[in-house]
Design a binder for this molecule. Structure first.
Ligand code: GLU
Length: 452
């Protein structure tokens, strides 16, 4: 029987190897560290997991697709972007995960997201593997026609690699309903197939699921509520600081209000808004989703309760809860220290890996309930899997039914993470709970399916 410390040494060697084999991919290294550093107890306790090659296979994507995406802007100028799809692990089902269109996208970023997605998807309990894709294309300031041409060019290559039984992309940063529409149209045209289950996040009326747009934000609030319940508290009357102003942030703010809490902030790359009365979600939707504007416009229109702070850190605003819903590494050690000083009770990640490892460590040490993204933001991909189920059955469920399923899934994820953490001597540590529970499900399937 190997001890935990021997196992830890083996995992440390593997992490060094990962850094060597994947140079210049800091986000992927960070995600691999975050998972592997918590696995020693389970690998030491279950000898089958120490089988040579199992974790080595888990950290190596099954397939990585990189391609050129040429497109013409409205003036006829040619632009060349990069397209990525990392098909990380299909032991539990077809690769599943979003597409991100953002200038910061590179292979390392997509690999970090794809790696996270494996465990997140496993935690939902549904039959979906892990993958992620995207492009360094920046949709900001582009016309609808430009976005359409870009999406068509992107799909002209991507269509060879995806399918309802193979790989099912969806949205992420920079990819919403508009982009999914253009991508689906091009897929349908090229393949001559009405294959609804090839993409999720589709429009209502052509295969989309009700509650899919709301699911990530709603799910994160339900996860935060479950963490509070565990401590004998609830959301009623709590103040929350939310970052971001995209799909995740908007529906986080909406659900907080519905459950009696008050979100007082939102942000974008230009700065943040503090709204003493609580963010008016309908106004935010109008500014961000209809007009594709910025949060300073929200503050201008909202009147005296709201103030726009250019630059700065949204985490300076005192609150009971923090729900980072923008992007990776947006909440660092200093921000965590400020949140703790201001008495934060829970931090729940709506974005993928928004808290740095140092911030997570500090928050946990201070006794703050911390919900890692792969558990807390799994509601989005979970409802994507429900969209696939509806597409397969050629039916569509009511909003109430989807919401009920989403609530069950989020509560189950919370219970699984909580119980797994206790089982491995880390009570209250949702990071360890999520990583181990996700790992067990994927690793068991990989072992059963042989060395492939
Ligand atoms: N991009 C989302 C995530 O990070 C959703 C993926 C999906 O629905 O496939 O989980």
């Amino acid at each position: 029987m190997t001890t935990r410390s021997e196992t830890r040494t083996t995992l440390d060697h593997l992490l060094t190897e990962i850094e060597h084999r994947n140079p210049a991919q800091p986000e992927f290294h960070q995600a691999a560290h975050e998972v592997l550093e918590t696995l020693a107890p389970v690998v030491a306790a279950r000898p089958e997991y120490a089988e040579p090659g199992l974790i080595e296979r888990l950290v190596e994507p099954e397939r990585q697709v990189l391609f050129r995406v040429p497109w013409q802007d409205d003036k006829g100028r040619v632009h060349v972007n990069r397209g990525f799809r990392v098909e990380f692990n299909s032991a539990l089902g077809p690769y599943k995960g979003g597409l991100r269109f953002h200038p910061s996208v590179n292979l390392g970023v997509i690999k970090f997201l794809g790696f996270e997605q494996i465990f997140k998807n496993a935690l939902t309990g549904l039959g979906i593997g892990g993958g992620k894709g995207g492009s360094d294309f920046d949709p900001h300031g582009r016309s609808d026609a430009e976005v359409m041409r870009f999406c068509q060019s992107f799909m002209t290559e991507l269509h060879r690699h995806i399918g309802e039984h193979t790989d099912v992309p969806a949205g992420d940063i920079g990819v919403g309903g508009r982009e999914i529409g253009y991508l689906f149209g091009q897929y349908r045209r090229i393949t001559n197939r009405w294959e609804a289950g090839v993409l999720t996040g589709k429009g209502q009326g052509w295969g989309g699921s009700l509650i899919r747009p709301e699911a990530t934000g709603y799910g994160n609030v339900l996860f935060a509520a479950a963490m509070l319940r565990e401590r004998g508290e609830d959301l009623e009357g709590q103040t929350a600081v939310v970052s971001g102003s995209g799909n995740v942030a908007i529906y986080t703010i909406e659900k907080l209000a519905a459950l009696g809490a008050n979100a007082v902030t939102c942000s974008d790359s230009s700065g943040y808004v503090v709204d003493e009365k609580g963010v008016d979600v309908e106004l935010l939707k109008q500014v961000k989703e209809v007009e594709r504007g910025r949060v300073d416009t929200y503050a201008e229109r909202r009147g005296s309760s709201a103030r726009f702070v250019p630059g700065g850190s949204v985490w300076d605003v005192p609150a009971d809860l923090a729900l980072p819903s923008a992007t990776q590494n947006e909440l660092d050690e200093n921000a965590a220290a400020t949140l703790i000083r201001n008495g934060v009770k829970a931090v729940s990640e709506g974005a993928n890996m928004p808290a740095t490892p140092e911030a997570v460590h500090l928050l946990q040490k201070a006794g703050v309930a911390f919900g890692p993204g792969k558990a807390a933001n799994a509601g989005g991909v979970a409802v994507s899997a429900l969209e696939m189920a509806q597409n397969h059955a050629r039916t569509s469920w009511t909003a109430a039914k989807v919401e009920e399923e989403l609530a069950d899934i989020m509560n189950n994820i919370h219970t699984t993470c909580h119980e797994t953490a206790e089982r491995y001597d880390a009570p209250g540590d949702y990071v360890t709970g999520a990583n181990i529970a996700g790992f067990e499900r994927v690793a068991d399937a990989m072992l059963a399916q042989g060395v492939i």
